[in-house]
Ligand binder design. Structure first.
Ligand code: FMN
Length: 306
């Protein structure tokens, strides 16, 4: 038995940790994994003002996961988005009072892609966002907190990538604690008892805003409150992903699902990134309609990965 386990560990070092660390979080991840087609490794990354339910449902059976959003959950973040739109960038603008219907419809449409749906969100004040968080947790397959946005109107609120900084770690922790509490209450997981599965919580983060060591320290403080990391391996002044940064995070968060991202445009790019993550996501290459390689990798993934 030990020899079999050792062999499994050598071939699947990350899956091993997930398999043998049995807790509620891992049940969430197991449920998510069951929803993802086994041969699919490519995720649609969120693009504000673009990736809504209608956009996702154009891509049937192409992606492992589709991300919609970013959606604003409170007035401050929505005002920031209005300012961003006024200077010519796309954002999703809507009446916040109608959010419940809007998000449910978008999740339903996105599910027509055949993939589980992740909802990328931003908010300034969690107390004004609780009802909307509840709705997302009830209807989505992944709740993705945006710690990535670098638009000034958003960072001026102390959110987006600002949440990665040490001085904002307390706010990030508080927000994640509340999201987890709602999640557990919704799934009936109280007093450590598992009655149902809850929705996995992911953080969308950006590399090189702070050093990988600093980020790892800050994320270690909140590691009990998230299940996955969606990492834009942004490499300043380079046209490629920073895979060393991704590797540092992979090595430090072996029990989390990791989606790597940035500048993946081909099977080769995806294969290189998949050495350090479970999935890779793509954004701009979809806008350029560069999707043939994804169909190809879906057909061949078993050969490449397993
Ligand atoms: C037009 C556009 C809008 C984006 N909006 C969001 C967003 O709302 N939330 C987010 O987490 N990332 C957003 N991103 C970042 C992408 O998800 C992705 O991390 C980035 O584009 C790098 O991946 P790529 O090289 O495949 O494009 C956006 C990217 C683009 C191009």
């Amino acid at each position: 038995m030990q020899i079999i386990l050792l062999y499994y560990y050598i071939r699947h070092p990350y899956n091993f940790d997930k398999m043998y660390n049995k807790n509620n979080k891992n049940n969430n991840l197991l449920n998510l994994k069951n929803k993802i087609s086994k041969n699919k490794k490519i995720v649609l990354a969120p693009m504000a003002g673009i990736t809504d339910g209608k956009f996702c449902k154009k891509y049937k059976n192409l992606f492992a996961i589709v991300c919609i959003g970013a959606y604003d959950l409170d007035k401050d973040s929505q005002i920031a988005s209005e300012k961003i739109v006024n200077r010519g960038r796309k954002e999703f603008l809507y009446n916040l009072d109608e959010f419940d219907n809007i998000i449910q419809q978008n999740i339903m449409d996105a599910k027509e892609s055949g993939a589980p749906v992740s909802v990328n969100v931003r908010f300034k004040d969690i107390n004004k966002s609780i009802d909307k968080i509840k709705t997302i947790l009830q209807h989505s397959d992944i709740f993705e907190l945006n710690c990535h946005c670098r638009q000034k109107e958003i960072t001026d609120l102390g959110i987006g990538q600002e949440l990665l900084k040490k001085e904002n770690n307390r706010i990030l922790k508080n927000n994640l604690k509340i999201i987890n509490k709602i999640n557990n209450e919704l799934s009936g997981q109280l007093n450590g008892q598992l009655h149902g599965s809850s929705t996995p919580i992911f953080l969308k983060i950006r590399a090189n805003f702070i050093s990988s060591n600093e980020l790892i320290n800050n994320l270690n403080n909140v590691k009990d409150y998230f299940d996955g990391l969606h990492i834009d391996c942004f490499y300043p002044n380079k046209n490629c992903a920073d895979l060393d940064y991704l590797m540092d995070l992979r090595n430090n968060f072996k029990d989390k699902i990791i989606i790597g991202n940035n500048s993946v445009n081909s099977i080769n790019d995806a294969k290189n990134m998949l050495k350090y993550c479970d999935f890779v996501s793509v954004a701009r290459c979809i806008l350029r309609d560069n999707i043939e390689w994804i169909k190809e990798i879906n057909n061949k993934t078993e050969k490449y990965i397993y």
